[in-house]
Design a protein around this ligand. Structure first.
Ligand SMILES: *Cc1c(COP(=O)(O)O)cnc(C)c1O
Length: 467
């Protein structure tokens, strides 16, 4: 003990003597039950810490009695918190469909079922059942992606950043890559195209200007060291006004005439035409492959709506070289990802993209959202502390897609008689099932586009808990 009892008064000494021993505490019935639920180790650790805090408070003189009941409660709260998961489900009422902080795309139920089945059992991950011999894990996704995208070959790695890195490292290490200055972007989490090029061992030749790059700018930079022409989807930003960028066809044609490999980082990996939903400037993977791009890369958990992954697809020759890169092994995906990705892609092939939550949410009409918001507003208004109304607003796709375009939505705007909008936001965030909302102009705004319909009741309950 830090303090010797000689320095402190007699009242403190009496209190210190009332501190129970750890074993005495653990044998009390409430803590015995707790040990049965969360295990002995977490309860013992919480008890030790609670006793230390108690001792400190007594010595500080900020405690006048020792309450075993209070002590037990403190230990129970701490041990339960330690036993609970850190990563947990939240309700996304932010209206950002592919929210990078909230795990991007939620998986389809079909993906989860396939993942559960394959991963809780043995599987043919690297076993060719027809031949009874060792197989490649690539086989499972190569077949489906090839069919879906019309690609000669496809590979899957950990994420799109890894896909870009692996492509550039394989195809241009020690050589030059030509890229437009208007595409030298940074994606969240410090993925910067110039840095990735540098780490891949390639030399970057920047051409053109931020807002205008012509095909002649690329052509003028090509020399005997050039290996790759790189095109990058500007993702999370747009340059408006006086802009110019070569067409895909011009880009591919120039690469082919100079025997160079064309690589396109598509970012989002949009596989379906979203123009009926007002999203017009999102390039699709098949448009790039049809135009003749040699290698495209995109994410699995953005517009594709699957697990985190990076997909490389295109011509057989460059992809086979990428597959042989020793770094492929370091960046490859595990069976959980393969299972979830295979099931997600299969939904596209079966013509059921609406089974993919992110795509379903993007396609929800403002009217359908308005109806749900109105229903919640009416039910919330029966509580005198709340006032709720429905107002027009915008949802966004997020994940670096289509920054200039939004989806019209209906927002549930909530105010409370005692709490500010900021406090409401915090209380919802700290709900056992956390709700992520936005605050604008002193109102709490909830966008039901990104709330699963079956979560509307949970959302209402989270609000009703706020007194
Ligand atoms: C999102 C994005 C990346 C990074 O993809 P991750 O799957 O997050 O690694 C790379 N390039 C572009 C253009 C992107 O939009």
């Amino acid at each position: 003990m830090v303090h010797s009892e000689g320095d402190i008064g007699p009242a403190t000494t009496v209190l210190l003597r009332q501190i129970p021993a750890v074993n005495e505490l653990l044998s009390r019935s409430a803590l015995r039950d707790l040990q049965a639920r969360v295990g002995r180790r977490l309860v013992v650790e919480s008890a030790r810490r609670a006793l230390q805090r108690l001792r400190d408070r007594i010595v500080e003189g900020s405690l006048s009695s020792v309450s075993l009941a209070a002590l037990e409660q403190e230990i129970a709260i701490e041990a339960k918190a330690a036993a609970s998961f850190s990563l947990k489900a939240v309700i996304n009422a932010s209206g950002v469909v592919l929210h990078t902080n909230l795990g991007r795309a939620p998986l389809a139920r079909e993906a989860l079922e396939h993942l559960a089945q394959v991963s809780t059992s043995y599987s043919n991950l690297e076993y060719d059942l027809a031949l009874g011999a060792r197989g490649k894990r690539d086989a499972h996704t190569d077949r489906l992606l090839g069919r879906l995208l019309g690609a000669e070959k496809a590979l899957v790695v950990n994420n799109n950043a890894a896909a870009v890195f692996l492509a550039l490292n394989t195809l241009a290490e020690g050589a030059e890559i030509v890229v437009s200055r208007g595409e030298l972007i940074e994606i969240g989490g410090s993925f910067r195209i110039p840095d990735v090029c540098a780490k891949s061992g390639a030399i970057l030749r920047e051409v053109g200007t931020t807002n205008r790059t012509r095909i002649g700018d690329y052509a003028a930079a090509i020399n005997e060291r050039t290996r790759v022409l790189l095109r990058v989807h500007p993702s999370n930003f747009r340059i408006l006004g006086f802009t110019e960028r070569p067409s895909l066809e011009e880009f591919v044609d120039l690469a082919q005439r100079h025997n160079l490999i064309s690589v396109e980082d598509l970012g989002s990996g949009c596989l379906v035409d979203l123009s009926p939903h007002g999203i017009r400037d999102e390039p699709t993977a098949s448009a790039s492959l049809n135009a003749g791009v040699d290698v495209i890369t995109f994410s699995g958990d953005k517009l594709l709506g699957g697990p985190q992954a990076g997909i490389l697809a295109g011509k057989r020759e460059p992809l086979e070289r990428i597959r042989k890169n020793p770094l492929f092994r370091a960046l490859r995906v595990d069976k959980l990802t393969i299972a979830a990705l295979e099931a997600t892609i299969s939904l596209y092939l079966q013509g059921k993209p609406q089974a993919i939550p992110a795509l379903r949410m993007i396609q929800l009409s403002r009217e359908a959202i308005h109806q749900r918001a109105t229903c919640l507003a009416e039910r919330l208004s029966t509580h005198p502390q709340f006032s709720a109304r429905v107002q027009d607003g915008d949802s966004v796709i997020g994940g670096g897609s289509t920054p200039a375009q939004s989806l019209p939505t209906a927002l549930l705007a909530v105010t409370h008689s005692r709490h500010s909008a900021q406090e409401l936001e915090r209380l919802l965030r700290q709900n056992p099932l956390p709700v992520i909302a936005r605050v604008e102009q002193d109102a709490l705004l909830l966008d039901l586009r990104t709330v699963f319909e079956e979560q509307d009741e949970d959302l209402l309950r989270a609000l009703e808990r706020i007194e």
